[in-house]
Design a protein around this ligand. Sequence first.
Ligand code: SAM
Ligand code: SF4
Ligand code: SF4
Length: 365
Amino acid sequence: MAQKVISIRPESLMPGARAPRYDGGQLADTLGRPMRDLRISVTDRCNFRCVYCMPREVFDADYKFLPHAALLSFEEIVRLAGVFVGLGVKKIRLTGGEPLLRKDLATLVGMLAPLGADLTLTTNGATLVKHARALKDAGLNRITVSLDSLDEATFRAMNDADFPVARVLEGIAAAADAGFAPIKINMVVKRGANDHQIVDAARHWRTDGRGRGHILRFIEYMDVGSTNGWRMDDVIPSAEVLRRIAAVFALEQAEANYGGEVAERWRYRDGAGEIGVISSVTRAFCRDCSRMRLSTEGSLFTCLFARQGHDLKALLRGGASDDDLRDRIAAVWRLRDDRYSEIRTAQTEEMRAQQRKVEMSYIGG
Ligand code: SAM
Ligand code: SF4
Ligand code: SF4
């Protein structure tokens, strides 16, 4: 994604205004949304080249990943995370890139655990066999594993690293053995790439399937970054995913676990567990979005689609106090007005409406 980092001084956020101070009350952005979740990217590297995320043509041997010195250290991450928790963050997700490529990740988990936030990890599962037990022992609460297909050829084509399904399944089994339950399985659905696998995946992960009843979540393919050649035609809407599954296994909608939950929950009527659908494209959930993102090199992004980050590393390394950091983060959140997906959904609908008009005139309406 073509993201830029800007360095801001709080007083420059609103001309003539002083930096907003966090006064211990509820911190809310311009749309009244609280800051609840923090996603921390611990590396920009990955051992996969998923076609929808890090296409090999772009992320090739010449691609310049961040040098080690640019990365936030564990101490810096923990210090910032502590400030975020002080501002109301309840959930911290470690991600990347592939987070398990960051050396000694379990040590970071052990350093973050005392903050008391719900500590979670999203991984491609490639090396989970090796790390699952240590992560659990260090205090990781929950784990999400991405697995886009159970079919060998389809999965290898999607991860574009010739990585076998079996190794990810072994990782998921190791995580379950270590005590993670339920494990969430993310499946990004891209038309023509893996949509023929939707029902097979559902069957596998049902409680009566071979996958021990972990929770499968179907994610609509998104236009993140600027390298994946996204087209609306490649998106399989969640409604279609549900239709295809319901044709085989009867489904009914289940209550959200909590307000603002990103995945919509559906359960099998025969009691064989549940699935989730994440409709980032067709049913944007910006209204409840409480997520802040901290990049690998310490920039703060208020939206997955934000073009500009706010440089916290310079502050950290420039001797800022915890109060300075807190004021800066609160100032950024208070001015947040992102709702990219909602706007895209509206535009997509408008585009479709226009396309329909064109077709009408074509046939002589
Ligand atoms: N490498 C880890 C993994 O794959 O689980 C963590 C990072 S990855 C960027 C986090 C999640 O984003 C994964 O579940 C991945 O499938 C999803 N993702 C990446 N690109 C996406 C896209 N274009 N549309 C929808 N989801 C995407
Ligand atoms: Fe790597 Fe995850 Fe992106 Fe796939 S989705 S390329 S595993 S970061
Ligand atoms: Fe949140 Fe931005 Fe995604 Fe909307 S588009 S849900 S504001 S991250």
